[in-house]
Design a protein around this ligand. Structure first.
Ligand code: HEM
Length: 189
């Protein structure tokens, strides 16, 4: 996983909690990088998972809440770091539909060794957007949090439903975005 994800995470821990908390977390996690991440370096994504676990123990905040806060923050940082990627994408649905074929393609141009997930989308007849996430790294919680950050960025009133599935093609996470007050039924499959 790219170092930029780690540096953003550690900076958020420093500002949301404290520099001491970030230092304690790094000491407990004892990452092979020694806790020194460069934006363009590549590191084991498991180090991030380990840090979240220690941060949860140190702060008493549920790991899932920490990942949600981080993913939302990360999305916001992406809008600042890569503003050109947001040009012409006027809605959450437009944006999410462009992640696989445009956004992550651009990410790969910037970082040829990026480890990216596979994301597919389809619109339903009743106005929802379905998104399926697959990745050997199984960071469905991060995908969920980025989606939530995306909705906040566009200030749309959408809800996210989530289904984790394991079948013969392996694990995947299905998300359904739909207008908060929509009559559409949640899941039929
Ligand atoms: C709703 C929108 C998005 C979703 C759901 C999403 C999902 C993800 C997930 C889950 C990962 C972790 C790797 C994995 O699971 O295999 C990832 C990696 C990444 N994404 Fe996205 N992403 C989104 C938008 C963006 C945007 C807007 C940018 C930048 C402009 C971006 C840049 C990256 C980068 C740099 C990585 C790290 C690659 C690596 O560590 O090697 N993503 N994305």
């Amino acid at each position: 996983m790219k170092g930029i994800i780690f540096t953003e995470f550690i900076e958020l821990v420093e500002t949301a909690f404290s520099i001491e908390t970030a230092e304690d977390m790094l000491e407990l996690a004892n990452p092979s990088s020694g806790g020194i991440y460069t934006a363009v370096g590549n590191y084991d994504h498991q180090e991030l998972v380990t840090m979240v676990g220690h941060l949860s123990a140190l702060t008493g905040v549920e790991a899932s809440d920490l990942v949600m806060a981080f993913g939302e923050h990360l999305f916001n940082r992406f809008t600042q770091l890569y503003p050109q990627m947001f040009v012409g994408k006027e809605t959450v649905y437009d944006f999410v539909e462009s992640v696989e074929g445009v956004i992550h393609v651009e990410v790969r141009k910037l970082y040829p060794d990026a480890e990216l997930p596979t994301i597919s989308t389809s619109r339903t007849d009743d106005g929802a957007l379905d998104m399926t996430y697959r990745s050997p790294r199984q960071l469905g919680d991060v995908a969920h949090a980025l989606l939530s950050g995306c909705i906040k960025h566009y200030q749309e009133d959408l809800t996210i439903r989530r289904h984790d599935v394991v079948d013969e093609s392996g694990p995947s996470v299905h998300f359904r975005l739909q207008p908060a007050h929509s009559e559409a039924l949640a899941w039929t499959t």
